[in-house]
Write a protein that binds this ligand. Structure first.
Ligand code: GLN
Length: 505
């Protein structure tokens, strides 16, 4: 196998098989990704930085180990990109913020450690909205990222860089973080697969904190099977994360392969009635309902489920998330690491104020102020404590719903990808996450996969949520649906993405 185009359009699972057979080396894959990235990244701007030199070293080590017959992990030699919200030892990590520019972490996140133990070459750090706050990747302090399907549109956010890298074939796999939808909404905008694991199934150690009770690291991929392989590689108990779940063996890949059989006769699907119709575009609703029909054609028992509190998730989130953001981001004070601005005759206070003024962007400042306000003594009971109570109500609603259903489904996002600069006011931007936020508030696993294209040829996302620790059920259903969608569309949706290395694309 030689041509870069041919190599980068393989799925991770196909790459793994070709390497096992001796038809392909990890070095060839990294070379191909480098060639494609050089041509494509100036258009998508998926990466903030790349690290191909160390990627080649890892690739060569894997190739040598394979040549002498060493037993290797499933993903050995398969490259990956890492959202710049996740710390990487020796590689600059910025959270796309000026305040962390130049910071080189002295340690790896646990998920990055696991990726390295799996023998995966890391290609680079992907772009995001500053501190993962946004739904379009327009809020990066450095540059926006563009949607490979239409370069005038956003790739979603906050993890637009990871989603764009995967869907433009700059990397077969990527890591993301999801606090309110930042893996799934970009997946839906870019025709890729995004997984938010059950809270606690993937260690948060080394994920830069945004809102700790909601943050979760997870896989970005082109196929459900690839996402499942990555899930299995990064999941597991970690004593360094106090919220990590012990004794939860993972078999996402097994579940994904099982799903390909297309038998969903034992699966009860609840269709959230509040997440179609008003507020959701007609194309998105139609695409979603076609997906629901496919599930029932595979034997699933499909019923509508009214979930009146579902849409309240966003209100709860925009009280609790800023509260956690305001306390988590208090550590960026110019004292310990990152940016330091020294005004003339600086005092500690004026240095901190000047550093934070210069280092944080507008959206981050907005959330710090909102958070400080809802935690202030006059507002705490009225807002923060009240929102915590409603969060518990929502969690209990989900618990009850999962007594009758194995999965709950809805569109991932109310619209397909919008144009760069099109959404100007923050509240309209926040509404993008109406369907993804509830899973974070309840700690549930949720997967977004493409279910079709809208009239403009842009991907539509379908979201599958399962009960806590039942990530495998979501993988099984997602995989079955992916096969059915692929049959209906003469091939998988991801394969229809423009080949941006060709001129005119
Ligand atoms: N778009 C959401 C927000 O801006 C979600 C962010 C995330 O998941 N990191 O808060």
């Amino acid at each position: 196998m030689s041509g870069a185009e041919e190599i980068v359009t393989l799925t991770a699972s196909q790459m793994a098989k070709a390497m096992k057979k001796g038809d392909l080396s990890s070095r060839q894959i990294v070379e191909a990704e480098l060639e494609i990235t050089k041509a494509v990244d100036p258009k998508t701007q998926s990466y903030l930085s790349t690290c191909f030199t160390s990627a080649f070293m890892v690739a060569d080590a894997v190739d040598q180990a394979r040549a002498i017959g060493q037993e290797l992990p499933e993903l050995a030699g398969i490259p990956i990109a890492v959202k710049d919200m996740i710390v990487t030892k020796g590689v600059e990590t910025t959270a796309a913020s000026k305040i962390l520019k130049g910071w080189v972490p002295p340690y790896d996140a646990t998920s990055v450690e696991k990726v390295k133990e799996s023998g995966m070459p890391i290609l680079g750090k992907t772009n995001l909205d500053e501190f993962a706050q946004g739904s379009s990747t327009e809020n990066s302090a450095f540059h926006p990222t563009f949607n490979p399907w239409d370069l005038e549109r956003v790739p979603g956010g906050s993890g637009g860089g990871s989603a764009a890298a995967v869907s433009s074939f700059e990397s077969p796999l990527a890591l993301g973080t999801d606090t309110g939808g930042s893996i799934r909404q970009p997946a839906s905008f870019t025709g890729s697969v995004g997984v938010k694991p059950t809270y606690g199934r993937v260690s948060r150690y080394g994920a830069i904190s945004m809102a700790s009770s909601l943050d979760q690291i997870g896989p970005c991929a082109r196929t459900v099977e690839d996402a499942a392989m990555l899930f299995d590689a990064i999941t597991g108990y970690d004593p360094k994360d106090s919220t990590s779940i012990p004794d939860c063996p993972s078999s996402a890949l097994k579940a994904a392969l099982e799903g390909k059989g297309g038998d969903l006769s034992k699966i009860r699907v609840g269709v959230i009635s509040e997440a179609t119709g008003e507020g959701f575009s007609k194309d998105v609703t139609d695409g979603f309902l076609r997906g629901v029909n496919l599930l029932s054609s595979m034997g699933a028992k499909v019923e509508e489920k009214s979930f009146p509190n579902f849409a309240h998730g966003i209100q709860i989130y925009y009280i609790l998330m800023p509260a956690e953001v305001s306390s988590n981001l208090a550590r960026y004070d110019g004292m310990r690491y990152g940016l330091r601005i020294m005004p003339p005759d600086a005092t500690a206070f004026s240095m901190m104020a000047a550093t934070r003024e210069e280092g944080f962007g507008a959206e981050v400042k907005r959330r710090i102020m909102l958070g400080t306000y809802v935690l202030s003594s006059s507002q705490y009971d009225k807002m923060y404590a009240a929102a915590q109570k409603v969060r518990t109500v929502l969690i209990n609603d989900f618990k009850k719903a999962f007594e009758s259903f194995d999965v709950l489904v809805c569109p991932t996002s109310p619209t397909t990808a919008f144009k760069v600069g099109e959404v100007e006011d923050p509240v309209t931007m926040y509404k993008n996450d109406i369907a993804t936020i509830p899973a974070n508030l309840a700690g549930l696993p949720a997967i977004s996969l493409p279910v079709g294209l809208d009239k403009l040829g842009l991907p539509i996302g379908f979201q599958i949520m399962a009960d806590r620790k039942k990530d495998e059920v979501a993988f099984k259903v997602a995989s079955a649906l992916e096969e059915a969608v692929s049959r209906e569309n003469d091939g998988p949706i991801w394969s229809k993405a423009p080949r941006l290395w060709k001129s005119g694309e």
